[in-house]
Structure formats: C-alpha cells, structure tokens
Design a protein around this ligand. Structure first.
Ligand code: MN
Ligand code: MN
Length: 290
C-alpha cells in the first residue's frame, strides 16, 4: 500500500508542475497517467483534474482541447493500483495564489483530522474536527462529500468519514485503511451532479442490441473489470468519437456501467480539497500517500 501511495503522490506532483494557464488539461492528465503506467502500476481511477467550482470527478474528454484558465484552482485527485492495492490522495493547486487561505483550510482540516485518527475514534468526531477547522477559517465544508474505507479492488468500501459531525458513532478499527478528504468552499457546502460524465465503472454483463456497445462492453470486461475508467481510454475500441459516446450511453441505460458524473458546487462557490490515505493504528495512524 505504501508503494502505491508513494507512486501516486509522485504522479500528482508531476501533474502539479505541468499545470499553467494555457496548458492543455488533457496533456497533464495523460502525462500523469503514463507516469504511473510506465512504472508498472495500474490506475486506481482516471486522474481527476477539477477546476474552480468543479469539486470532483472531472477528467478530460476524448481529444479534449480545453486549457487551464488564468487563476484556476485545480484539485488533483489521483491513485495507483498494484495487485488490488489502491491509493487515493489529492492536493489543490491555486495558480494565482488568491485562494491561499481556502487551500490552507483544506490542508489544516486534513492535518487536524489525521491527528485524531486512532483505533476507537468515532467518525463523527473526525468530521467535527474537519468542520470546526474550516468554519474557523471562514469557509464551509462540503457536507455531501467525505472520506471512505479502502479495501482490495474497492476504493469506497464500508465506512464513510463525514466532513462534519453527522452523529455517526461508528469507530475506526486497528488495521483499517481509510481516506480522509475535506472539501472547502465559499459557496453552499453542497455538490450536485453536472451533466459532464467521463468516468464510469463496470457493473456486469447484460444483453445489448448494437454491435458497438457489445464490443465496448467486452473490452471493458477484459480491461477495466474493477477500477473506474475514463471514456478517453476506450478510443481504440470504436474509432468515431460520436459512436463511442453513443455506445457509452447505451451501456449506462442497460445498467452495464455506472456513471460517476462531475460534481459541482451548488452555490457556484470555489472549492479546494486535500486528501490522504491512512492506516489506522492502535494509538494513531500512518500516512500511506506520502
Ligand atoms: Mn480521491
Ligand atoms: Mn477518496
């Protein structure tokens, strides 16, 4: 786990160093993903590069030619996979420096939460620490996003770690692997689905009418049976972009793949994020994504 944690951290920093106003988002995404693949790792999920009011789950489309805007606040959320072990971590890059305090609120909330992680700690208490830290700095936590347990080939397993005190008295257990991810905003503190959807995960085989969607599902079944994938990773299966996206739509309607829509702040607020994956220990924790 430490190996995938260190690898994805390195990939995130590589992405961060490439992000400049005017740089193509797709170039950064492909470079970071290639970096992990070249080192022999799988990807726990497509790199998320979510900008400004976008909170999470944004990754470039196929042949995306959009660029990072001036002053962008970019959440880089990424993870590696090896033999089913998954890492998950995130950092925020504030290009202009104008949102430094909001970035600091996310990292401070994460650090304070980490200092409370130990076997027996209640998840609502950790959420409370996150909320207090963020509120004290004049912002709001995003309440409908949070941390999660991480298990073999399962990035969101079992436990949920809220970003506020939700009164859930579930306790952390020794040996459990969790991700904690405070999201900070000056908006409403809630995210909603956007229409954009580039990330999906495989649910299972179904019978399909068109040959495009049958071919696509066969490819997904062989190449992306467990971890989420991006539509742009499927370009070699169907050569027309229009037909590829049509087939993806058909797989969603048939219940063969699950969409993970882009999430945007409902009050149009700016969003920052910090995330680390941790191993819960008797008297504390060890940070895996170092
Ligand atoms: Mn993440
Ligand atoms: Mn996560």
């Amino acid at each position: 786990m430490k190996e995938v944690g260190a690898a994805s951290k390195e990939a995130m920093l590589k992405a961060r160093d490439m992000i400049k106003p005017g740089a193509r988002i797709l170039d950064v995404a492909e470079a970071a993903e290639k970096f992990l693949r070249d080192k022999g790792y799988g990807l726990a999920f497509p790199i998320n590069l979510s900008i400004n009011q976008q909170a999470a789950h944004f990754t470039p489309t196929l042949n995306d030619d959009s660029v990072f805007p001036e002053g962008a606040v970019v959440k880089i959320d990424f993870g590696a996979e090896k033999e089913g072990f998954l890492s998950d971590g995130a950092i925020t890059l504030d290009i202009s420096g104008r949102n430094a305090k909001m970035v600091e609120a996310a990292t401070m909330a994460l650090d304070n939460a980490i200092s409370h992680v130990r076997a027996g700690a209640e998840v609502c208490k950790i959420g409370g620490v996150i909320d207090e830290t963020i509120t004290r700095m004049g912002f709001k936590p995003v309440k409908n996003l949070g941390g999660h347990g991480v298990e073999e080939h399962d990035l969101h397993a079992g436990i949920f770690i809220p970003n506020f005190d939700n009164r859930d008295d579930t306790v952390l257990e020794e040996g459990e692997v969790i991700a904690i991810e405070p999201f900070v905003t000056d908006g409403r503190g809630l995210v909603v689905n956007s229409d954009a959807c580039e990330i999906y995960s495989y649910l299972g085989g179904v019978s399909l009418r068109s040959s495009d969607s049958r071919k696509l599902l066969e490819y997904i079944d062989s190449n992306h049976p467990t971890e989420p994938f991006a539509v742009r990773w499927l370009s070699n299966v169907i050569d027309s972009k229009f037909r590829l996206y049509a087939a993806v739509g058909e797989l969603v309607r048939a219940g063969a793949i699950e969409p993970h829509n882009g999430l945007i702040e409902s009050g149009n607020g700016m969003v920052t994020q910090a995330e680390a994956e941790l191993l819960v220990q008797k008297d504390g924790c060890e940070i895996i994504t170092k």
